[in-house]
Design a protein around this ligand. Structure first.
Ligand code: 4AD
Ligand code: MG
Length: 453
């Protein structure tokens, strides 16, 4: 809202949240999106055209000129005594989907084009903005450089094969080579390309010259996971640091997320207060708890022992060498340790090719940061900087060695110990807002069978 002193004349423009009153006086709650707080507009019915007032319904957009006065009523300090009102856009009360309050999250998802106008989504997207800003501030203050890695790539950084193809070939008439498979030579880039699953490999190239870099951009995964924590298009922050070992990496990850949560507590008070009241009564307490307490750091092997000793019946079997599922991660965080946990040194066979190999020959210097209510929020590792070890791993995993020549060059020329991690931006926003579905913390979620807006 335009700030102004009591007694001064102001002009405010925004959307009507509610209108109530009687035949003499009307109260309009107006919101311009800058804050969760509405301003109350007091309208002396006698001064205005009856038809204009009729058209001021929930959802309509108006501009109000009037005097800022101390409020006579309860619930606000100041209000506006309207002297003139301009109607920018009507909103038919019979048809406007958000006419009534209290819609389900599902209904609002189907109306993602309008849900910004609700208190909840206004709060979520203001907080999302603040977190994006805080991320850049954090790294800038630490001397990291923001590196823009490509959205279209020819490599599969995670080696999981969950990629969306990018092509200009005619899908109804694909050119074939002698072996009968698609001939990508005539495709736009002259080779097979896809949307990136991670900016890490290119990020490493930057770190091997600029020292400390980070990426922050959209990433794409064609995994068919219909869960409250997976998106097909999500944003990831990936710092990559020369001369960091795994311990330095864990220290940075812990400091970074604590900084972001503290920043939200300090700078998003009204919105967090609203979410704490309306969405999750334990939200503020949980955020403060995470900031104030050290994360537990244990190895994957120790975690498996804890899970096996728990006496629990798991849906997915626990055993050394198997990947941990959400139920296991959440048991460790929410029930066993009751605080965030960083797991390290996973079996190499369930992690990506680039992770530094431990001397035991079976584990790698991986780290996953696990959060209450979320599970994995960060995945990272120290990288294998030794050319021979890296190439033998690439061959063992039957990865396309030829296509990775540029990545391997960093290990040929001036290789250095280095580490990095990826923070899932929407998983962070889930944690900070207390929302329970990842589709509700990104403006236009992309999930299997869903790309309407
Ligand atoms: O663990 P991931 O796959 O790690 C990487 O991509 C590494 N290249 C990161 C690095 O070391 N630079 O993904 C990192 C994080 C996960 O911990 C999770 O928070 C998030 O990205 N993430 C997803 N978020 C939403 N939807 C999905 N489908 C996600 N997949 C991963
Ligand atoms: Mg991971």
């Amino acid at each position: 809202m335009n700030s102004g002193q009591v007694g001064s004349e102001v002009l405010v423009k925004g959307w009507v949240r509610t209108k109530r009153g009687n035949k003499n006086i009307v109260f309009i709650a107006l919101n311009d999106g800058s804050t969760i707080l509405n301003i109350q507009v007091v309208v002396d019915v006698a001064l205005f055209d009856e038809n204009l007032l009729k058209d001021i319904t929930t959802g309509a957009c108006i501009g109000v000129t009037g005097k800022l006065v101390e409020s006579q009523g309860q619930g606000q300090h100041i209000e506006i005594n309207a002297t003139s009102i301009e109607l920018y856009g009507k909103s038919d009360a019979e048809l406007y989907p958000l006419q009534k309050k209290g819609h389900s999250m599902e209904f609002l998802r189907e109306n993602a084009h309008l849900r910004f106008r609700t208190n909840t989504f206004g709060a979520v997207f203001r907080i999302r903005h603040s977190m994006a800003f805080a991320i850049h501030k954090y790294f800038n203050d630490k001397g990291f450089f923001y590196l823009h890695t490509p959205v279209i790539t020819a490599s599969d950084a995670e080696g999981a094969g969950e990629m969306f193809h990018v092509t200009t070939l005619d899908l109804h008439n694909l050119p074939k080579n002698d072996q009968g498979s698609v001939d990508f030579k005539s495709d736009f880039f002259g080779k097979e390309t896809n949307l990136t699953v991670s900016g890490q490999l290119e990020g490493e190239l930057g770190a091997m010259a600029l020292g400390d870099i980070y990426t922050f951009g959209p990433t794409f995964r064609a995994e068919n996971s219909n869960t409250p924590r997976h998106l097909a298009e999500f944003w990831m922050i990936e710092p990559e640091m020369a001369f960091y070992d795994l311990n330095d990496n864990m220290d940075l990850a812990e400091d970074f997320v604590k900084y972001l949560i503290s920043y939200a507590l300090e700078n998003c008070k009204d919105d967090l207060g609203f979410l704490n009241t309306m969405i999750d009564k334990a939200l503020l307490e949980r955020l403060k708890f995470v900031v104030e307490n050290e994360f537990v750091r244990i190895s994957y092997t120790e975690a498996v022992e804890i899970l096996l000793a728990s006496g629990r019946k798991w849906e997915y079997q626990v055993g050394w060498g198997r990947d941990l599922q959400a139920e296991h991660e959440r048991y460790l965080v929410e029930e066993h340790f009751k605080r965030p946990v960083i797991l390290t040194d996973y079996p190499r066979d369930i992690k990506a090719f680039y992770m530094k190999q431990n001397d035991d020959g079976r584990t790698v210097r991986a780290m996953d940061v696990l959060f209450p209510g979320i599970g994995e929020i960060i995945g990272g590792s120290q990288r294998e900087e030794d050319y021979d070890k890296l190439i033998s791993r690439i061959r063992e995993m039957k990865m396309p060695e030829k296509d990775l020549w540029w990545y391997l060059d960093t290990r040929r020329y001036g290789s250095a110990p280095h580490s990095g991690f990826g923070l899932g931006f929407e998983r962070l926003i889930l944690f900070i807002t207390g929302m329970s579905n990842i589709r509700d913390v990104i403006p236009f979620p992309r999930t299997p069978k869903n790309a309407e807006f």
